[in-house]
Design a protein around this ligand. Sequence first.
Ligand SMILES: Cc1ncc(COP(=O)(O)O)c(C=O)c1O
Ligand SMILES: [Zn+2]
Length: 402
Amino acid sequence: MSSTGSLLSALECRACCTQVEPNHLVGTCPTCGHALLAVYDLTRVDGPRWWSSLAGRPRTLWRYRELLPVQSSDAIVTLGEGCTPTLPLPEVPGAPGVRVQLKDDGVIPTGSFKARGMAVAVSRARELGAAALFAPSAGNAAIALSAYGARARVPVRVYLPDRNTAAVQEVCRRYGAEVVAVAGTIRDAGEAGRAAEKGRGSFEMSTLREPYRVEGKKTMGLEIAERASEEGLPDAILYPTGGGTGLVGMYKAFQELQTLGLCERIPRLYAIQPDGCSPVVRALRDGSARVTPWEAPHTLAPGLLVPAPFASERILEAVRGSHGGGTTVTDGELVEAMVELARRYGVSASPEAAAPYAALPHLVDQRAIRAGETVFLYNTGTGLGFSADELRTGLARTSPST
Ligand SMILES: Cc1ncc(COP(=O)(O)O)c(C=O)c1O
Ligand SMILES: [Zn+2]
């Protein structure tokens, strides 16, 4: 067995400070039920030397293996994920003088950034002996879990809100996963899944209810920072926010790099949400410590239909700790942004992934972002499989639902 050199030393609950030994399967904090986050012994590595050693490594997210939880190289389950391109977007309308870059996870295996979290979490779950895996999902996480489960040869069950398209269900089944359709939102799918899986010996892979998907998402921040060694860190990162793992992961990445002396500041992180479901933006505006569930949530972007994100304290900490913020966009703006990204820049983005592009002019109007700043828009997933015409038709008859 060859070691990855992982510096993982513990799992920690930031709510009650409980520390847990990391070498067995664990979900949430055994004391208070909040999210557990991985802790690394960063004193065991020379930051600058480690950073420069990355240059010779394979161009996947496993290049950061010391800051990832998997212990044995043999346990790594990979489809070649990570190291996605950064593309300049010149002259974005409504953002004069802003230097805009797009980090494109539309081209990652399985078509969305969910591959990052699932590659790491499935590898770690298999390493720790999980017999079967399950998760609720709006779609992309289910596809990624199904794909990595197939690659790892671990059985997978996914619980999908029944409004999800038949295509998502078919893709998951093609990977060999069992699909259960549940009426309602991802919140209902999560509750149904947990009830159904009780006593089955399966391990839950829901957002922030297990500690390692966020470690995979952390590599989004690590990649942005590694590229910044040549070109400088962005001033701000705009991120489409549903369950919020991406924000929590990127914030954790920059914090760890700061501890290692490898980044001087943390880019401002902005949560972008649809106006029909924006519990994080509301909590930021109200100065709340956690989100309150959004009533009658609705949006055509399934990945952003998360009325009550788990571990919202961590999401708010990431935004506030980075001196960022949040703003909302309409469903109509999402569809038009998706089309404009394709037409002007040749970029394929899903409705969720188009949210940062749609939000940029709003943040410029609000003077949150100014001319001369460098801004990264995170494209979290491909637009293949979405029809702008169908989305526009849906817009015309969108009505609130629960
Ligand atoms: C394409 C896409 N973008 C963004 C999100 C929201 O991600 P997060 O849970 O990290 O907030 C999702 C979640 O399903 C998604 O599928
Ligand atoms: Zn706790």
